[in-house]
Design a protein around this ligand. Structure first.
Ligand code: FES
Ligand code: MG
Length: 578
């Protein structure tokens, strides 16, 4: 056995040993038929896989991992695939978000404790992307991201239907009596007809765009459909590239800079991306050590035009986005307008501007030019006021223009169960000018800050043709959802925010142009209400992970990470295990 590898390879602390411990470290791995030369100092690359049958969006990841493996072998690396906790957005209760931080811990500890020199992150369904990026950021190995890609477009009775977006609109149609249950069931299979993540510009697609905009993934990462052969090609190229990244010692901290996050924030606006990206980017930045605040989103991007005509803000779907040229077209336009740091380094060793220099748009109805945008000034707006002293967010591009400046009477739901119990009540005292308020759905309260902020509208108003109302909560909403929905209110009700003190009949003013959200109740009255306030119990938070979570979770404006997970411990090699 030779040991001519650069000493910086941490895997040498395992495999270069010619003693009892070297025997331990090598012998068991050899049971798969590995020749001795596998341990000759070649970079050892982890393939961090979130495959799970419980995460159908990542159900093709065994195949993707095989293509990554080919690439690693072709480049002379030693691939080792391993599973981490997978988070299936549609199945996990009370919400996949509760477990994002747990999965990130799994990733972090697996990377640091094992003989790995670099890692390929396989990510798809909503929370798998931030979880893996957060975990990897706390270790800072050379890292490349590979997204699984979106599903094929949904097709139903001659129409395109989009993940989540049409789930919501069709369930409203069902509640309004406009479609039958049979049609509803038929649409379920018509929507999800291939492997891959949601093909709207929901959270999964948004985060795949963030991977590309941050420079952690290869150009094209965001939009290639999951079942397109070019997705496997990209995986293979990523496998080849990570081996070189290890040799170049191109660590995550060199890519995830302040400039990279600014690029991501502006891109988020230009794609009309999910509000969830706000909490995820804040959390990732908190791990890698980049100072990022909620204000950065408003300051950098609220004026940025939205170019991408994709649901939920627009009409088309991710397949269309890819065929129109994909994210490189958007990035190129932003670079040319001086809105991005074009010199930001990306995983392939080239700058962002170099990567997108040749991008061409093939369909201007799907990707608009910056000067003829799909929606002007469409970034996420950050609100302040006595109802949200630490901030709240709204996505104006998905809201109704006539509600962006509105005062209405509060109709308060004290919990998600209270909402479900009363929303269908024909006697509910509500009209379309009212402001719906939902409490205790934040990070601690739900727990996990579920995607319930886009409350269903009362059927009596749906029948009247009302399709949007102002809704305010400490929850998140699905990236595939839409409406005039104020989210991420901080501090949340469970943490004693003024949201907890709102009562039926209070007047609330939303003024998005002025960035304000105001509860028209005097300070003295709020103090009196606070004196008699007692928070409700948090479900299933007596012990275990959920107890640790509610004891340590940060508020939405800080990224909803656990306080003790912020920052990095790097990749030191721990003591021998025997
Ligand atoms: Fe998995 Fe949308 S539910 S990506
Ligand atoms: Mg979701």
């Amino acid at each position: 056995m030779t040991d001519d590898a650069p000493p910086k390879l941490r895997s040498r602390a395992w495999f270069a040993r010619q003693d009892k411990m070297g025997f331990y470290y090598r012998s068991w791995l050899r049971n798969r038929g590995l020749p001795n030369d596998q341990f000759d100092g070649r970079p050892v690359i982890g393939i961090c896989n979130t495959w799970s049958e419980l995460t159908p969006c990542n159900g093709h990841f065994r195949t993707v991992a095989e293509h990554v493996r080919y690439g690693i072998l072709e480049a002379g690396g030693y691939p080792l695939e391993f599973p981490v906790m997978s988070l299936g957005e549609t199945q996990l209760r009370p919400t996949a978000m509760l477990y994002r931080n747990l999965a990130s811990m799994d990733v972090e500890e697996a990377l640091r404790a094992n003989p790995l020199d670099g890692v390929v992150l396989l990510m798809g369904c909503d929370k798998t992307t931030p979880a893996l990026l957060m975990g990897a950021s706390s270790v800072d190995l050379p890292t490349i991201g590979v997204s699984g890609g979106p599903m094929l477009n949904g097709h139903y009775r001659g129409q395109k239907i989009g993940s989540g977006t049409n789930t919501i609109s069709m369930s409203e149609q069902l509640r309004a009596g406009e479609i039958t249950l049979r049609e509803f069931h038929e649409a379920e299979s018509a929507m999800s007809r291939s492997a891959g993540s949601c093909m709207t510009m929901g959270t999964a697609s948004t985060m795949a765009c963030m991977v590309e905009a941050l420079g952690v993934g290869l150009p094209g990462n965001a939009a290639i459909p999951a079942v397109d052969a070019r997705r496997n090609e990209l995986a293979r190229l990523a496998g080849r590239r990570i081996v070189d990244m290890v040799k170049e010692d191109l660590r995550l901290t060199k890519i995830l800079t302040r400039e990279a996050f600014e690029n991501a924030i502006r891109t988020l606006a230009a794609i009309g991306g999910s509000t969830n990206a706000v909490v995820h980017l804040l959390a990732i930045a908190g791990r890698i050590g980049v100072k990022l605040t909620l204000e950065d989103f408003d300051r950098l991007a609220s004026e940025v035009n939205c170019l991408v005509n994709l649901r939920p803000s627009g009409e088309h779907l991710m397949e269309d986005f890819y065929y129109a040229g994909g994210l490189p077209v958007v990035l190129k336009d932003l670079v040319e307008r001086g809105l991005l740091h074009g010199d930001a380094l990306t995983a392939n060793g080239r700058s962002l501007a170099e990567n997108v220099a040749d991008a061409q748009c093939w369909n201007r109805d799907v990707i608009h030019a910056y000067d003829a945008p799909f929606k002007p000034q469409a970034g996420i707006a950050v609100l302040r006021g006595n109802l949200c002293p630490d901030g709240a967010v709204i996505k104006p591009s998905a809201a109704s223009p006539h509600l962006l400046r509105h005062t209405g009477r509060a109709v308060v739901f004290e919990s998600i169960e209270d909402l479900h119990a009363r929303i269908n009540d024909e006697d509910l005292d509500i009209d379309e000018s009212c402001v719906m308020v939902l409490k205790y759905c934040g990070p601690k309260g739900y727990p996990g800050m579920a995607e319930v902020g886009n409350m269903p509208l009362p059927p009596k108003l749906l029948r009247k043709g009302v399709r949007d109302m102002i809704r305010i909560s400490d929850a998140r909403m699905s990236g595939t959802a839409y409406g005039t929905v104020v989210l991420h209110v901080a501090p949340e009700a469970m943490a004693g925010g003024n949201l907890a003190l709102v009562r039926n009949g209070d007047m609330i003013t939303l003024d998005v142009p002025a960035r304000s959200l105001h509860l028209h109740v005097e300070e003295a009255e709020l103090a009196a209400r606070r004196a008699v306030w007692t928070p409700p119990p948090i479900p299933l938070a007596e012990r275990g992970y959920t107890k640790m979570y509610v004891d340590h979770v940060l508020q939405a404006d800080k990224g909803v990470d656990l306080d003790f997970l912020q920052g990095s411990s790097g990749s030191p090699v721990a003591r021998d295990n025997h």
